[in-house]
Write a protein that binds this ligand. Structure first.
Ligand code: DAH
Length: 341
């Protein structure tokens, strides 16, 4: 019996499999139900009990060998066909996999950060869930100021003291409480307001806050800093103007307009035919705000500004519907190429 197994083993080893037909023949001859190996297992019944263990081992080895040979040959025939090797042209450029691109608001945020970092501004961050003091009171909002009303502010649960910040100005307060002047920082982040969603308004959007506190900081510093920013962002030909305004946390306050990039000042829908578009709010930090943060307004002065990242982006890329930014429509998002320098 052992002799027989050895000779079938030799036969299986030398059996050449170069085609699917030969593969099938191999299977039929050795492995199929009526093949040689199952027949050997049948014969095992007649082997005397004291030899069964030894013969069984040899037979199992033959079975494993035949099965392994079959599988290897099958795999080679499936994957190693000549046609496929001929199709691979190794000199062709690699098909690159598609990477996503950065969100337009992120691109704008990076550009804003870059401009101010070059001027020595640090980056600061603060919480989106804020208390009334940091979002309003410390910023010199009178107790009955309309911005505190329900229609503007999202309160967290029924607690009127905890809210989603309505602007990034809360980070000014946190920074001034933490750090002694000189302070020079910009603070990008998401803000929330209870507004109906439309092309021109959204319940969340993004701002960048700026703050510069030191001895002898004046309005001229504010003007020149934001003029420099506008030129870096939109080119040397940009014009800028300051309109007197009101914010509780600055005195004097000004709104900043830049000349309309779309119509170059001639008048169009974007600038409502005025030739100017508003880009930021700004002013000299109110002495009360400095005092609320433990900074002596007799010793230090400073300016602050706040701008909407969506607005800056709109003017860079001419996006006219705010909703596009948060709808994740790939057709919109894929139009923005990385503009990081
Ligand atoms: N916090 C203001 C807003 O959300 C924007 C702003 C205006 C910020 C003037 C400032 C500033 O720091 O000085 O509308």
């Amino acid at each position: 019996m052992e002799q027989k197994i050895k000779s079938i083993e030799a036969e299986a080893k030398t059996f050449s499999i170069a085609s699917n037909l030969e593969l099938e023949n191999f299977r039929l001859k050795f492995l199929s139900k009526k093949g040689l190996i199952p027949a050997l297992f049948e014969e095992m019944k007649q082997v005397p009990a004291e030899e069964k263990k030894k013969v069984g081992k040899v037979l199992n080895e033959l079975k494993q060998l035949a099965e392994a040979k079959f599988k290897t040959a099958q795999l080679e025939l499936e994957t190693g066909s000549d046609e496929i090797t001929e199709d691979i042209d190794l000199s062709l450029p690699v098909v690159s996999s598609k990477l996503g691109n950065q969100h337009p608001l992120s691109l704008t945020r990076y550009r804003i950060i870059e401009v101010f970092e070059r001027l020595g501004f640090n980056l600061a961050d603060g919480p989106e869930i804020e208390d009334d003091w940091h979002n309003f009171t410390a910023l010199n909002f009178p107790p009955n100021h309309p911005a505190r009303e329900m229609q503007d502010t999202f309160f967290v649960e029924k607690n009127p003291d905890i809210l989603l910040r309505t602007h990034t100005s809360n980070v000014q307060i946190r920074l001034m409480k933490q750090q002694k002047p000189p302070i020079r920082a910009i603070m990008p982040g998401r803000v929330y307001r209870n507004e109906a969603i439309s092309a021109r308004a959204h319940c969340f959007f993004h701002q960048v806050e700026g703050l510069y506190i030191d001895k002898n900081v004046g309005f001229a510093d504010l003007k020149q800093t934001l003029y420099h920013f506008a030129q870096e962002m939109y080119g040397k030909d940009i014009k800028i103007r300051y309109r007197p305004s009101f914010f509780p946390f600055t005195e004097p306050s000004a709104e900043i307009d830049i000349s309309c990039l779309i119509c170059k000042g001639k008048g169009c829908n974007i600038c409502k035919h005025s030739g100017w578009v508003e880009i930021a709010g700004s002013g000299m930090v109110h002495p009360n705000v400095l005092r609320n943060c433990g900074i002596d307004p007799e010793e230090y002065t400073g300016f602050a500004f706040g701008m909407g990242i969506e607005r800056v982006t709109q003017l860079l890329f001419q996006v006219n519907d705010l909703r596009l930014y948060s709808e994740n429509d790939i057709r919109f998002l894929k139009q923005f190429k990385t503009v990081l320098s």
